[in-house]
Design a protein around this ligand. Structure first.
Ligand SMILES: [Fe+2]
Ligand SMILES: [Fe+2]
Length: 167
């Protein structure tokens, strides 16, 4: 339950790698919780988990925006709900609630699998499709000389234009 498996794959390497890292951070947190669960160590583990999660959400949202993914508002709401829930649980932990840590593990393990297998997989399909279309449009509909075009990747990063022979 706390590990990434192939059934969680969205087939976008960078996203799958980040999902694995989040599951690893969650498993680390659970291990500390099941051990002596010292508050300082637990706090650090929650911070690591939250940072990975928040950075990952921001990354997915950047990719969806760049691909003009129409379900972005819905997907963003799902991220926001999970973020609020995790922040609420970590606040309860800070306040000494003994149940909050276990609740966090249970909630996030279940949320991550469900979200990854449904919402992220839909996003993955759209991103892969967008990447394919981007190249098609670039090569078929370009009317300016290659060097006059503004080349960017789907993430909006600058891209070196292909040479005439490669096109
Ligand atoms: Fe997502
Ligand atoms: Fe994700």
């Amino acid at each position: 339950m706390l590990t990434w498996s192939i059934s969680d794959a969205v087939f976008v390497t960078e996203i799958d790698d980040e999902h694995k890292e989040i599951f690893d951070a969650l498993a680390d947190f659970e291990k500390i919780l099941a051990g002596d669960g010292r508050p300082a160590e637990l706090r650090k583990a929650v911070e690591r988990l939250t940072t990975r999660m928040v950075d990952h959400f921001a990354h997915e949202e950047r990719l969806m925006r760049a691909a003009r993914y129409e379900s972005l508002p819905w997907h963003k709401k799902l991220h926001m709900a999970a973020r609020w829930r995790v922040e609420g649980l970590s606040t309860r932990m800070e306040q000494g609630d003994a149940e909050a840590g276990a609740e966090l593990v249970e909630y996030l393990a279940s949320w991550l699998h469900t979200h990854t297998q449904v919402a992220d997989r839909m996003m993955g399909a759209a991103l892969r499709n967008h990447r394919r279309c981007t190249w098609k449009v670039t090569f078929r509909a370009g009317t300016k000389p290659l060097e006059a075009c503004d080349w960017v990747t789907v993430d909006g990063e600058p891209l070196r234009p292909p040479t005439e022979s490669a096109s």
